[in-house]
Ligand binder design. Structure first.
Ligand SMILES: [Zn+2]
Ligand SMILES: [Zn+2]
Length: 283
């Protein structure tokens, strides 16, 4: 819980520093992975039939990354986690299991792509570590791999062959979108693998509600190309960049960090950023 303005500003500053440090390390991790992963094995995946059937491209049985390379990623981000983690107790417990080789990073990355709540629950009970902490670590170690997969497959994905609300590469829901009103569509963006794909601008990507009167627009207090579209049917929100108000194509990973205060305004109004752990609420 954040109380006063000074404390809130301190939290924002730390949040930004953490993500900047993490981004710099993940760029190096991607360079490391390019050298050690045989992406040619991904050619075995029948991309067209998977896309036509609406299935995400990366599934749990086809993770082409060794445990030792995931350890390389975790070891590289560990100093940043130690510096910024809000839950030192969970981190210390996690490190204990990790040092004794009692935790499988491969299992974690598989759980990231399946988004199976019961598997995360089971893992949380096994180690007595909160689910959201384990999911956070799992996502951080999965990101460089998923981003490389995204780069690899995006070259082969036909533009427009996927018009669904979830990410074609890893299956996650979008965190941000670029509104292209002239085309009646949005470019959705996945924060996990940095994939961008097209989708209608008139449908909530979380509950697929098409009643535009139930979508509220929330604007920042200062002039900005950003806004939030919040859905009264499901309670989730999507951060929007209006393409009429920008001069060059946005880098979503940066815009995502720049809009953290705007996100807080939506949260204060009772909306939430989407997370698959809430998915039961929609079914
Ligand atoms: Zn993705
Ligand atoms: Zn909705």
């Amino acid at each position: 819980m954040i109380y006063d303005t000074r404390e809130r500003q301190h939290w924002y500053d730390n949040f930004l520093r953490f993500h900047e440090d993490l981004l710099n390390i993940q760029v190096k991790n991607m360079q490391h992975l390019i050298a050690v992963i045989s992406f040619r094995n991904l050619n075995k995946i029948d991309l067209d039939s998977r896309i036509q059937n609406g299935g995400q491209i990366i599934t749990s049985g086809e993770i082409l990354i060794d445990e030792k390379d995931l350890e390389h990623i975790f070891d590289s981000i560990l100093p940043v986690l130690r510096r910024y983690s809000q839950n030192k107790k969970a981190l210390s417990a996690f490190e204990d299991f990790y040092d004794k080789r009692k935790i499988s990073l491969t299992e974690m990355i598989e759980n990231v792509v399946t988004r199976d709540i019961t598997k995360w629950n089971e893992m949380s009970q096994r180690y007595s570590i909160p689910e959201n902490f384990l999911i956070g670590i799992g996502e951080y170690i999965a990101m460089p791999y998923l981003e490389l997969c995204s780069e690899y497959f995006n070259k082969r994905l036909k533009n427009g062959s996927w018009l669904r609300p979830s990410c074609p590469i890893c299956g996650s829901s979008p965190s941000m979108a670029l509104l292209q009103e002239d085309l009646n569509e949005r470019i959705l963006w996945c924060h996990l693998c940095d994939t961008e794909w097209r989708f209608s601008d008139k449908v909530c990507p979380f509950c697929e509600n098409q009643d535009l009167s139930s979508i509220k627009h929330i604007f920042p207090p200062v002039n900005s190309p950003h806004r939030i579209d919040a859905c009264d049917k499901c309670g989730y929100f999507l951060k929007i960049i209006d393409d009429q108000l920008i001069t060059k194509y946005p880098k979503f990973v940066i815009e995502n960090l720049r809009t953290i205060k705007l996100e807080q305004i939506a949260i204060n109004k009772g909306y939430k950023p989407f997370h698959f752990m809430d998915k039961n609420a929609l079914s």
